[in-house]
Design a protein around this ligand. Structure first.
Ligand SMILES: [Zn+2]
Length: 273
């Protein structure tokens, strides 16, 4: 599933192709992907709009349009935004086609079809999950003073806490496992058992793994690709995610797997406490 670094990579690769382009028509092949408003109004309001810039917040992409409209896209499991030449064959799993001015079109493709799209204006609040996003990794808001009081109130596993988008925006299973490994903290530790020094280490680790993921253009597991159809390079830099049963790259111990907060989690019982 695309996490913050992958969505950031999609944003960067999309930008030069679509910013400044006008949306001529929208062809929706799977209307249930449009969560707000209806698919008909979505297509009607987007027609004739120009994409003025692109932002990312957590795992959401926001395509800013003229007329104060914003196209929000969450890729979820297998969604992708691809830019394809008009004369080329259409992409696999094509669900929505945004016909643009110029020689390329923008496609939303999705294998598992969990992706969600919204067309909002500045008055629209309460887009589920978007308006309640917590601070981002690498932002000055993500501090020990912010995170320590949240952890002290929760006896749930620390991994579940850092996966909560209301606590930190943008982490998913890959970067959560990697950050906990880098910080030397077991994913199943109750959040309220972490001391301030461990929380400081965890924040530092979250920032480091996210920065590395961005630098390596994201991590590709199975289906993720950026707007140019390229895959990320970060997988070879992973220490634990997807490596259950393999040897720890630091100490040589066999890595353990455990379900934590409902998610498959991999950790080293020697390096993490
Ligand atoms: Zn180890």
């Amino acid at each position: 599933m695309p996490e913050l670094p992958e969505v950031e990579q999609v944003k960067k690769t999309l930008y030069p192709h679509v910013v400044g382009k006008k949306i001529n028509t929208v062809e929706i092949r799977l209307p249930r992907l449009i969560k707000y408003p209806t698919a008909e109004i979505f297509a009607e309001k987007l027609t004739g709009r120009t994409i003025t810039s692109i932002e990312r917040k957590g795992k959401y992409l926001r395509l800013n349009l003229d007329e104060n409209l914003y196209l929000l896209v969450h890729l979820r499991m297998t969604g992708a935004l691809l830019v394809i030449k008009k004369m080329a064959a259409e992409p696999l799993y094509a669900k929505i086609k945004f016909v643009l001015t110029g020689d390329e079109d923008l496609w939303f493709t999705d294998i598992r079809t969990f992706g969600t799209l919204y067309l909002i204006d500045h008055n629209d609040k309460n887009i589920e999950g978007y308006d309640t996003l917590g601070p981002e990794p690498l932002s000055k808001e993500l501090t020990v003073d912010y995170l320590a009081p949240i952890c002290s109130k929760k006896s749930a596993a620390i991994k579940g806490v850092i996966l909560d988008q209301k606590v930190i925006a943008g982490l998913g299973n890959i970067y959560a496992d990697e950050a906990l490994f880098a910080a030397g903290i077991l994913p199943q530790r109750p959040a309220n058992s972490l001391n301030k020094e461990e929380i400081a280490r965890l924040i530092e680790a979250v920032n480091a793994v996210i920065a590395q993921g961005i630098k390596n253009h994201g991590t590709t597991f199975r289906n993720y690709q950026d707007a140019d159809g390229n895959q990320g390079d970060n997988v070879k830099h992973l220490f634990v995610y997807g490596r259950k049963g393999e040897k720890c790259k630091v100490c040589g111990e066999t890595l353990c797997g455990l379900k934590v907060a409902g998610r498959g989690s991999t950790y080293c019982s020697k390096c993490q406490r």
